[in-house]
Design a binder for this molecule. Sequence first.
Ligand SMILES: O=C(O)CCC(=O)C(=O)O
Length: 187
Amino acid sequence: MQSIEQRQGQQWNRDGYVLLTERMTASEREDLARWVAETAAWPEQPGKWMKWYEQTERGRQLCRVEDFVPYHHELAGLLQGAKLAAALEFLLGEPAALFKEKINFKLPGGAGFQPHQDAPAFTAFGQSYHVTVMIAVDPSTRENGCLEVGTHCTAGASYRKLQTARSIGAGPPRRRGSRSRWLPATY
Ligand SMILES: O=C(O)CCC(=O)C(=O)O
């Protein structure tokens, strides 16, 4: 019988992503929701965290907070803590470093995201691997705009290498004749 870790490792190598649905307790989720709400309430302050807004029919609306780890002890502990580090090291086969953190608020009326890859935006920094970790604060459903993941994109480990800047905005690269499709990351 395979362990959960072995099954996750196989999915990672096959599909380029894993979905973990049982890693946070109810009280950890409550803490996370509270910490995120705290960042939303922070004032805008030049030189500190960054708050981003979008225009909606109801006016300016918060869509993103970035660079909050230096200013929020508990969120820093979650994103830089041993639990996440161990999961990433298991999947990558080497330790990972936090490169950038952001909270997407996805409030009603917001624009959402076009299909894209994150990695090509950061090639100027010279990293060899790029992994995106998403932690859902609220239930993640099609109705409320969950992340959707492109599957069957490129074979195994090569998926972990950075794609070229040419693929910005193009969505994940696809193998000829593959059964590529978008899967909602729901839980
Ligand atoms: O959550 C999503 O729907 C996509 C978020 C994303 O791709 C991003 O923030 O770069």
